[in-house]
Ligand binder design. Structure first.
Ligand code: UTP
Length: 446
């Protein structure tokens, strides 16, 4: 106990130390547990660094675009796909879902993966993902391990949801849930924020906390034991994510030198609010929309296309060796000034997973078509909302049916269950007739 108090005092947290000493019994135990979960020296250093920072330009002058090509147009695409399927069949690939976010923009009371985007089947995002994974696993003939990162704020609800739905038919032993870390919010004077229940204001440490959490939870060791070599990392809210896309895996495996690969889309326009892939001081990374200077944002090539055009859709693939390196690497901390427990302008810190790329060196950009693979559910209405996601799924699945020579109604959209088709394969008129009203549902664009 004295040890804790002296540590807090040394880190400039005298008020917190005094509060701890004033408590007894369970209240004291709980606050003590919160205090022990934090690195107070690091928080002190972070506050010193961030409170002194002005609105410095985060982007270095040496910024170059990272060229990419749409992978499906490459002659090697089928080869990559076959290679990826072999690796999946050998059990060398796992899926890693980062689902620790609070989903505040969507405003849904619960883990975002439980959200029903309003498809006719009313499947949740978690169910769509589980079914896609199972379809692919069945095609390659090997189960695909699934790591799911939650946060202390949504862990229980997530695990309960999966339990209630019997893990959507998956083998429980092949899914591993674990919590990401938290970091204490600091008030404008650098003091730890304590809530009305005498608990620290701990907030999830950002999706960049995933590398530390993967290792500290024992999940990285679990993957090593299973012989996994490639980890497909994705966000919970992309309704069109092709989880463990074989071609993507095969492309990284064939390329040899890179530790990671990322899916990239052409930006919809200069003002689309996505981060872009670029080379900063020769190293690959992502520049956030708000950090990209305006002249770079609008810069065009001779043919009129955007120069900084590679949109980040948060779909990445890591070699296991890369993840092992990242477990001990220090990612930078980003700061937001928010109201916490009624105190204005508190410091909230978080790490971003895309800051891993400069640490890993060379990275393989893998261009994909937005309409086929990217439909994020971020907001309740408008752009990137449940409505845009279900319409995009409906249009894409209608295209799949058309390619399979199924006569579809021009004024309708279609939902094809991921249990029937992973990415448009295996469809036919006969199958359509058999599955219509069951695995294939019709709906209207709205
Ligand atoms: P976002 O940056 O969109 O954040 O997360 P969010 O929390 O889901 O939504 P808002 O900003 O509060 O509206 C992108 C991905 O990173 C995960 C999210 O769950 C999502 O899959 N994430 C985010 C974490 O796993 N942990 C975090 O601390 C933050």
């Amino acid at each position: 106990m004295n040890n804790i108090v002296s540590k807090l005092n040394a880190a400039g947290q005298q008020e917190l130390a005094a509060r701890l000493e004033s408590l007894s019994g369970e209240a004291r135990e709980l606050l003590e547990r919160d205090v022990l979960s934090q690195d107070w020296e690091e928080l002190k250093a972070l506050y010193a660094e961030k409170s002194a920072a002005t609105l410095a330009d985060n982007v270095s002058a040496d910024l170059k675009p990272m060229p990419f090509k749409i992978a499906a147009d490459d002659l090697r695409y089928d080869f990559w796909k076959e290679t990826g399927e072999i690796l999946l069949q050998k059990g060398q690939v796992a899926a890693f879902l980062v689902a620790g976010g609070q989903g505040s923009r969507l405003g849904f009371d619960g883990p975002k993966g439980m959200f029903d985007i309003g498809l006719p089947s009313h499947k949740s995002l978690f169910q769509l993902q589980a079914e896609r994974l199972q379809n692919l696993a069945a095609q390659v003939g090997h189960p695909i391990p699934w790591c799911i990162m939650t946060s202390p704020l949504n862990h229980e609800a997530t695990v309960n949801f999966f339990t209630e739905h019997k893990f959507f038919g998956m083998d429980r032993d092949n899914i591993r849930f674990f919590e990401q870390g938290t970091i204490c919010a600091l008030d404008p004077n650098g003091k730890a924020v304590v809530d009305e229940n005498n608990r620290l204001a701990l907030v999830p440490d950002g999706n960049g906390g995933c590398f530390r959490a993967l290792a500290q939870s024992g999940t990285l060791a679990w993957l090593v034991e299973k012989g996994v070599q490639y980890v497909f990392l994705y966000s919970v809210d992309n309704a069109l994510c092709r989880i463990c896309d074989p071609a993507f895996i095969g492309a990284l495996a064939s390329e040899g030198r890179s530790m990671s690969a990322s899916k990239v889309v052409h930006k919809a326009g200069p003002n689309e609010k996505v981060g872009i892939f670029a080379l900063q001081n020769g190293k690959p990374g992502v520049v956030e929309y708000s950090d990209l200077p305006e002249n770079y944002r609008d810069m065009t090539n001779a043919d009129g296309s955007l120069t900084f055009d590679g949109g980040n859709i948060a779909i990445h693939l890591f070699k296991l060796a890369g993840l092992r390196k990242l477990q001990t690497s220090r990612l930078p901390w980003h700061t937001a000034r928010k109201t916490v427990c009624g105190i204005e302008k508190c410091f909230k810190f978080e790490q971003f997973l895309f800051d891993a790329f400069p640490l890993l060196g060379s990275m393989l950009p893998f261009g994909v078509v937005r309409e086929e693979e990217f439909s994020p559910v971020k907001n309740a209405d408008g752009n990137d909302s449940p409505k845009t996601a279900r319409n995009m799924i409906g249009r894409l699945h209608k295209e799949w049916l058309k390619k399979a020579h199924v006569e579809v109604k021009e004024d309708k959209l279609y939902e094809i269950s991921p249990t029937i088709s992973y990415a448009g394969e295996g469809l036919s008129r006969r199958l359509f007739v058999r599955e219509f009203g069951r695995g294939i549902l019709e709906f209207e664009e709205n």
